[in-house]
Structure formats: structure tokens, C-alpha cells
Design a protein around this ligand. Structure first.
Ligand SMILES: Cc1ncc(COP(=O)(O)O)c(C=O)c1O
Length: 460
């Protein structure tokens, strides 16, 4: 048995793979990555791939940034662990919080750490509930999310997520979580409806939901500026403006999930800057540490924080936190990441290369399999469709988006088939030439998938 076969069977025998068809994995086995260099990763056979998804929308600085390795090593030898419970603190957590608040939307005033985007969103939910108890509004607890939203997998975050697979058989969502329309004009518009009419209709539906449930029962609304894992949904113009007006009118808190959009992805530091959002709570993870180490944060407004302080004075403690909240090594790496973003003007770089990225993306809209090419900054998706005119998707069993993904892999390009979309979200350091390499690989994937779809007589 070769060492590769050995590792494949050891993987199959020992690992539960997240977000994997576990039965298919038993036959197919893993693709094992061994090292990274810039925007590329290399498998254990030495094959090179352009990581067109930055892993899971997260490796913003690619896979070989020596400064982050150094920051981690330095902190590991100085103070490898300490906690923030019980008024303990350490330099990396203090420095990072200060730095985060200096770049975050002005509406935010305090930082609470955790390890993942899911936990950060769970903390947001708990803070909203705690806040409304402190406000003497025990009935104002429901949280509205959106269909297709992705907010993670812990019990509250998975409930906020608006994807059937995250609910089905997990006995979710929990109660007090409601879902409203996904702002996808492509998927959800009625025949003949303009984008402006569509926006007014779905914001109207949101208001009807609030009124039906009773504004006194609705605590918060949560949204990603650009929804990622639901298929990269860019909201129509005016959507967030109208939603925010509605939230203000009914005294509903706004939680913005920046786990994917945060730190430059959309061409501004935050999705909040791109879409003019004023959050009461904002969650970040992924690119916060360029994903070199796990760390996430829930940023809250001073007003909300003050109320929480007031209540903990009565209760004696704010009984929330995880062992690794603000872990010093993760915080040191995150701080160094933010310094790199600033020194290298990573947001400026995204703005410089994004027009080329969007041009290459949108050029693929004419491909027979593509119903829509959409995106902003360095995030995008191609909607794979069986029939462009009627927007009919392929039957899920044909899995054509996954086929495009697999054919692109043959060309050394990693992108992700998500149901009927192919998602693209490369490291923010990608160059124009590498963007060409990325889209050449995707175009090859589309052409090869078209051949297969024609042979199967799924398209003409
Ligand atoms: C918008 C958004 N929120 C939350 C999460 C959950 O983050 P994590 O996987 O770190 O728990 C994700 C993960 O992809 C995400 O895309």
C-alpha cells in the first residue's frame, strides 16, 4: 500500500468530514492538501491549485505569510495562553480590540471574542435577549433572519441560517427565530417585476411579518451584507436603506454578520461601508486573522453594552464566555493581520483588481449554462441553469454546479459548487494575472460540464 493510499484509508476510518456527503466519502476519499504558497495550495501528489475560494472564504492573505507565522511564534513563546474571565486580561486582546474599534462602523463601541463565526452569532443572539431583559422587555425576543442566509451551525446560529439542510433532521430552528424573504432578484422576482418593485415588495413582506408578530415581540434582524453560502446574493439597490428605516421605526436591533464580507472582501473594509449599514451588533471571524488561527468577535454598540453592564451590576456577573475568548496567540495573529491590511492597503488592492475580476465573471454570463453572473469586489457566483429564459435550474440529482467545480479542479482551480451556483472568493492578494488563470479554469469547467450535460440530453 502506497503512503497516499494509507492516508486515504486512515482518513476514511477515522474522520467525520463537515459538510460532506459522508456516504460518498467512504468510496471517494479525501483530497489531501500539504502546503501553501501565496494564492496556491499543493496536494500530497505535488499538484498545484489556485485557491479560488480562499479555503472557506477566509484565507485573505493566502497561504504563506511569514509575518503571521512570526507573530504567532513570538506570542507562543511569551504567553501561549491566558483568559479574559474574571477581569484577567493581556496585551494582544487589548491591542486588538482597540484596533478593531478604530476601523469598525462608528456605531460600535465594545468587543467580545470567541473562536468561530457561529459562536459570534450565538453570542449576538444571547446579548440581544440579555439586553431586552435588562430593558424590561421580556416579550421582545424574536429574531428575524432571511431564507438562504448563512450564520453558522451552533444551535442558535443554525436556526438563524435559512437553508433547509441546516434545519432538517437537526430539529431546528428553535422557536423565536423567524425567516423573511431572501433579497435575490434573480431567484425571487415575480414575472415582469422591476428590481425597485421587487425590493418594495419584500421589504413590505418584512413589515407585514413584524406587524403580524407584533413589533413588541421582535428584538432583532440579522443579515449578511452579501450572503455567501446561500449562493452569493448581492442585495438590490435600496434594499438595506428601506430595511434599516423599518427597523428604526419598530425599535428593532440590527445585527450585521460580516463573517465573509469583513476586512475588504466587498472593496471596502466592511460590507457595512459598501452598503451604508449602521449595525447595533456586528460579527466578524475568518479574515480577522486571515484564518491562520481561529478567532471571532461580536462588536456591540455602547448603548447596548451600557445596559448589559447595568443589569450585571444586579446579577453580579455577565455569565457568558468561552475558554479561548481572545486567546493571546490568535489575537496577536489577528492584530498583525490588521496591520498588514493597513500597511499594504489590501482594501485598495481589492478595489484595483475587482473591476477585472467582475469583468471576467460577467463575461461568463453568455455561457449556455450560466443564468446569472453576480458579485461585488472579490466575491462572485455563477448561477448554473438548465434553461436561461425560464431560469429553470437543473434537477439537484444532476449536480451540474458540482460538475463545474470538479472539472475546474482538473485545471488546477478550486471553486465551490453550492447547489445551483458556483461560488468564487479568492484570497484578497490575488493579482490580475492570477484572476485570468482562475477564470480560465472556471471557463474550462463550464465547457466540460456542458459536454456532459449535452451527452445526457439535459441541454441542447
Ligand atoms: C456569513 C457567515 N456567518 C457565519 C459563519 C459561520 O462561521 P464559522 O464556520 O466560523 O462558525 C459563516 C461561515 O461560512 C458565514 O459565511
Amino acid at each position: 500500500m502506497s503512503s497516499e493510499q494509507g492516508r486515504v484509508s486512515r482518513d476514511i476510518e477515522s474522520l467525520v468530514h463537515p459538510y460532506t456527503n459522508l456516504e460518498a466519502h467512504l468510496h471517494k476519499g479525501p483530497l489531501i492538501m500539504e502546503r501553501g504558497e501565496g494564492v496556491y495550495v499543493f496536494d500530497d501528489q505535488g499538484r498545484r491549485y489556485l485557491e479560488g475560494m480562499s479555503g472557506l472564504w477566509c484565507a485573505s492573505l493566502g497561504f504563506s505569510e511569514p509575518r503571521l507565522v512570526e507573530a504567532a511564534t513570538k506570542q507562543l513563546s511569551k504567553l501561549p495562553y491566558y483568559q479574559l474571565f474574571n477581569s484577567r486580561s493581556h496585551g494582544p486582546a487589548i491591542d486588538l480590540s482597540e484596533k478593531l474599534l478604530s476601523i469598525a462602523p462608528r456605531s460600535l463601541g465594545k468587543v467580545l471574542y470567541a473562536n468561530s463565526g457561529s459562536e459570534a452569532n450565538d453570542a449576538a443572539v444571547k446579548l440581544v435577549w440579555f439586553y431586552n431583559n435588562a430593558m424590561g422587555r421580556p416579550e421582545k425576543k424574536k429574531i428575524i433572519s432571511r431564507w438562504r442566509a448563512y450564520h453558522g451551525v451552533t444551535v442558535a446560529a443554525a436556526s438563524l441560517t435559512g437553508l433547509p439542510a441546516n434545519h432538517q433532521d437537526f430539529d431546528l430552528p428553535i422557536d423565536r427565530i423567524l425567516h423573511t424573504d431572501c433579497p435575490s432578484y434573480y431567484h425571487e422576482a415575480l414575472p415582469g417585476e422591476t428590481e425597485a418593485q421587487f425590493t418594495r415588495r419584500i421589504v413590505g413582506n418584512l413589515e407585514s411579518l413584524i406587524l403580524r408578530e407584533g413589533p413588541d415581540t421582535i428584538a432583532a434582524f440579522i443579515a449578511e451584507p452579501v450572503n455567501g453560502s446561500g449562493g452569493v446574493i448581492v442585495p438590490p439597490q435600496g434594499y438595506f436603506e428601506q430595511v434599516q428605516a423599518l427597523l428604526k421605526k419598530h425599535d428593532i436591533l440590527f445585527i450585521v454578520d460580516e463573517v465573509i464580507c469583513g476586512f475588504g472582501r466587498t472593496g471596502e473594509m466592511f460590507g457595512c461601508d459598501t452598503f451604508n449599514l449602521e449595525p447595533d451588533i456586528m460579527t466578524v471571524a475568518k479574515a480577522l486573522s486571515a484564518s491562520y488561527l481561529p478567532i471571532s468577535a461580536t462588536l456591540v454598540s455602547q448603548k447596548l453594552y451600557d445596559k448589559v453592564v447595568e443589569r450585571t451590576k444586579e446579577l453580579g456577573v455577565f455569565a457568558h464566555g468561552v475558554t479561548y475568548s481572545g486567546h493571546p496567540v490568535c489575537a496577536a495573529v489577528a492584530l498583525e493581520t490588521l496591520k498588514i491590511y493597513e500597511e499594504r492597503d489590501i482594501v485598495g488592492h481589492v478595489r484595483a483588481v475587482a473591476p477585472h475580476f467582475q469583468h471576467r465573471l460577467r463575461s461568463l454570463a453568455s455561457h449556455p449554462l450560466v443564468g446569472e453572473a453576480r458579485g461585488v469586489g472579490l466575491i462572485g457566483a455563477l448561477e448554473i441553469t438548465q434553461d436561461k429564459a425560464s431560469k429553470t435550474p437543473f434537477d439537484a440529482r444532476n449536480n451540474i454546479a458540482a460538475l463545474v467545480q470538479n472539472k475546474a479542479v482538473e485545471r488546477g482551480v478550486l471553486v465551490r459548487g453550492i447547489r445551483n451556483a458556483v461560488a468564487i472568493s479568492p484570497p484578497l492578494i490575488i493579482t490580475k494575472e492570477q484572476i485570468d488563470e482562475l477564470f480560465d479554469g472556471i471557463a474550462h469547467g463550464l465547457d466540460e460540464a456542458l459536454v456532459v450535460a449535452r451527452q445526457a440530453e439535459l441541454v441542447q
